[in-house]
Design a protein around this ligand. Structure first.
Ligand code: BGC
Length: 803
């Protein structure tokens, strides 16, 4: 097919031969279902209640039986042809289980009525179970499955215990009000009605199984402590076939192999990132520093007891032995070898996890840091597999931001480095072999970047706080356009340039971009031929065509630059419902992370990327990979984990998969976008060490390992400077230190100033650019043609990479 046929002409062209489409095809929906089964986490299974034996009679309780949440809301949502809820999932397995129909009808009537009234899935009150229904169900079976669902979305955060009446700007207030009505203490906990339900059921049935249809961390202490609850599966928001995937796993058609990608603690307040989360609309102080997630719980005195289920934890219907563990080091590379044996009765998969602890030294270190993992193939009972995990010694270095050893350098402090191998952060056993360093070693010298200007203190490994000097914010230049009024429109759409027709291709005397592709001219020669005005238009978003709703890149037909469309989002290609094109909804990213298998994200990336391509979109705004700093972030379901290494590895798989279709992946939101409330103007205040070791690390892994063609900066401010205008982060770290050679885009309608963003290395301003402001800044000398040319180069390189 001729270059850019897809992005230039509409309507869409089926991807497979003979006019066969892949969008929402059975093939892709199966990939979604299989991914869902790989990431669901079995957290409890007493009395061998699961898997359900063939022919078992079961009764389903909880409105989530019908009110199934496939994924979260906002740009991470997907328009699907159908969603299979839990009841439908079980009904499809009639030859496996006998369902108590009356409870299904009861919840179906209740939920359908509320949906008709316009209620959002996941935000319905739990109804009381009528006494007769309960009596009838007990007569039918001794086994009940109780499910609970949760919904959250873009633009709003979850509620904290002590957070009364959040009336923040930039929050979807109706949804906040709705959740506030349902969940007194916030939706991290069961509501009173849900608590009553689970107590009633567990009192009345011999076997109670709990299913959690959730997008992020949740209180599960009641599951662990209630002896009458036999089993529990965290089924996550499993995409469009989540109900069927859950039912299949519970029936033993498959064996759970997911492992938690976050620590599940007892209380919301147990997570250090929660304490000041809602204190201010204007800033968040990341005082816990690098002690995020298990790094906090496994290190800080007294925190370990707060954990209900640790990071990396997850059961199977079978048991595994991890034996013959050998650790060796050669020429700066550590090799861990282990043998995994299935010693139980079902076929299944295990994840071998490798953690290290570095000497406390002068900087202080977490007691455990994930440095490698490997999921086995499916092992039959009695079968073994050898796994080999390698990493370099230098990867264990810490960033010294205060010069305790060497300022602005990654250092390995002298002493003993210990390794822990096992199937969760808690159960991992210390290996005999240690790596001993006699002298401190400077691994890599850098320069100070993104240093805090208003963070007062940070947590240290011994639980005390270190006071920090306040930096100097005055170095950030004034906006030379501050007197030039911004158009007074809330969300402007991209404009079409008056002269020079857009969106259609006409004969032109001008150089054509295809000539760069075919090698007739260089990209620099091409860019030199563009006028200042052409450049000013090129660095901003372009109008939608075809099925797109998030605008395009390029669009200068005189020069043969196609208008390449973008589309969301992490759970599947997002096309607006009114367009009529339905796509596959994959499981939420938290579930994908719990697969601990980058091959799964790669498969999802390939399938999602195919749908993107088939619908003539050139750039997919996925994967989203911010850190789960606190359970409160409303978009955690779109992100992978509290751990940057796992995040980076899973996102790298996704990027490889997407880009194998020659469409662009867009890793986002770069960076420290860990809160939705007032997301466009909230300042994330963090130390340079936490920024580098936690919040940028996942991005660094993906950039170096999978070379994404594009990255999206976030809305928020970081240490006083907008992410999109952050020269240190974009030109400095991303391009300078990591060698990123792709295009940087803003998030959609940031509050940043277009010319300042461009100067900082942020090539593209979305949803629309501000050519007048760019030209005004050019005239004032605040930005140079050369700087605009660089942005143009990155934008055109992205377009040239696309099929
Ligand atoms: C979101 C991005 C999304 C973009 C385009 C923004 O509001 O933060 O994640 O890709 O909109 O829809």
């Amino acid at each position: 097919m001729e270059k850019w046929t897809r992005v230039k002409y509409h309507p869409n062209l089926p991807l497979r031969e003979n006019g066969v489409k892949v969008t929402a095809s059975k093939e892709h929906i199966d990939i979604s279902k299989n991914a869902a089964k790989e990431g669901m986490v079995l957290i409890k299974n007493e009395k061998n209640t699961l898997p359900l034996s063939r022919g078992k009679k079961v009764a389903l309780f909880g409105k989530a039986t019908i009110d199934y949440v496939k994924g979260g809301g906002g740009s991470g949502d997907v328009t699907v042809p159908y969603v299979t809820n839990l009841a439908q999932g079980f009904k499809a397995l009639e030859d496996q289980v006998a369902l108590f129909e009356d409870s299904v009808s009861f919840y179906d009537d209740y939920v359908s009525k509320l949906y008709k009234e316009g209620k959002q899935p996941g935000l319905l009150a739990e109804p009381e179970v009528p006494a007769e229904l309960l009596t009838k169900a007990k007569a039918f079976t001794d086994t009940a499955i109780v499910s609970f669902s949760r919904y959250s979305g873009e633009g709003w955060d979850r509620k904290a215990d002590n957070d009364d009446g959040r009336k923040h700007k930039d929050v979807v207030q109706e949804l906040v009000d709705e959740t506030d009505k349902l969940f007194e203490k916030g939706d991290f906990y069961l509501s009173k009605a849900e608590e009553n339900l689970v107590n009633t059921i567990s009192e009345n049935f011999e076997h109670t199984i709990v299913v959690l249809n959730i997008g992020g961390m949740f209180d599960v202490s009641w599951i662990k402590s209630n002896e009458k609850i036999d089993s529990a599966l965290i089924a996550w928001q499993g995409g469009m076939e989540g109900g069927l995937a859950t039912a299949e796993l519970l029936c033993g058609l498959g064996n759970p192999s997911g492992k938690l990608s976050d620590t599940f603690a007892r209380n919301l307040s147990d997570y250090p990132g929660t304490e000041h989360f809602h204190d201010s609309d204007d800033y968040v102080e990341y005082e816990e520093d690098i002690y995020v997630g298990y790094r906090y719980f496994e290190t800080i005195k007294g925190a370990a007891e707060k954990v209900v289920y640790p990071f990396g934890y997850g059961l199977s219907y079978t048991d595994f032995n991890i034996s013959r563990v050998k650790v060796s080091e050669d020429d700066g590379v550590v090799t861990v070898k282990a043998t995994v044996t299935n010693v139980g009765n079902y076929a299944g998969k295990e994840v071998v996890q490798v953690y290290f602890s570095a000497p406390q030294g002068k900087l202080g270190k977490p007691e455990r840091v994930l440095i490698g993992f490997k999921k086995t193939a499916e092992l039959l009972p009695g079968q073994s597999q050898k796994v080999v995990i390698k990493f370099s010694v230098d990867e264990m270095a810490s960033y010294d931001d205060l010069g305790k050893i060497k300022k602005s350098a990654y250092v390995l402090e002298k002493g003993k480095y210990k390794f822990f191998i096992g199937a969760s952060v808690r159960s991992a056993k210390k290996a005999e072999t240690e790596y001993v360093l006699e002298e401190d070693k400077i691994v890599c010298e850098l320069t100070e970047k993104m240093a805090p200007v208003a963070l007062k203190k940070r947590l240290l490994a011994d639980g005390s706080y270190e006071m920090l000097e306040q930096g100097d914010a005055s170095k950030y230049n004034e906006n030379v356009l501050k007197d030039m009024p911004l158009e007074d429109v809330l969300l402007p759409t991209p404009k079409v340039r008056a002269e020079g027709a857009r969106c259609c291709f006409k004969p032109s005397e001008k150089p054509q971009l295809i000539d760069v592709y075919t090698g007739k001219m260089t990209l620099d020669e091409f860019i030199n031929a563009l006028s200042d005005e052409d450049l000013a238009w090129l660095v901003g978003g372009q109008p939608n065509v075809g099925v797109a709703n998030t605008f395009g890149y390029g669009n200068n037909s005189e020069y043969g630059i196609p208008n390449v469309m973008t589309a969301d989002g992490p759970a599947g290609l997002r096309i607006q419902p009114q367009v009529g094109v339905k796509t596959t909804a994959f499981p939420c990213s938290t579930l994908l992370a719990c697969t601990w298998d980058p091959e799964v994200t790669e498969k999802v990336g390939i399938a999602g990327g195919e749908e993107v391509k088939e619908n003539n979109i050139g750039a997919w705004l996925t994967p989203a990979m911010n850190i789960h700093r606190s359970p409160l972030c409303g978009r955690n379901f779109e992100y992978y984990s509290e751990d940057p290494y796992l995040t980076g590895k899973m996102a790298a798989g996704m990027v490889r998969g997407i880009q194998s279709n020659r469409v662009a992946a867009t890793i986002k939101h770069f960076a420290l976008n860990n809160k939705e409330t007032n997301r466009k103007d909230s300042d994330s205040r963090a130390s340079e060490r936490a920024i580098r070791e936690i919040y940028l690390k996942g991005f660094e892994i993906v950039v170096k390992e999978a070379q994404p063609w594009s990255i999206m900066t976030s809305y928020n401010i970081i240490n006083g400077r907008r992410a999109s205008e952050n020269e240190d982060m974009i030109n400095g770290i991303l391009r300078g230190e990591w060698g990123f050679d792709g295009m940087v885009t803003t998030d959609w309608w940031t509050n940043g100033e277009n010319y300042k963003e461009c100067k900082a290395g942020n090539d593209m301003k979305m949803g629309c650019g501000y050519p007048d402001r760019i030209l005004a800044a050019l005239e004032k000398g605040a930005i140079t043609r050369e700087e605009l040319g660089k942005a143009a180069r990155n934008i055109l390189t992205l377009i040239l990479r696309i099929d």
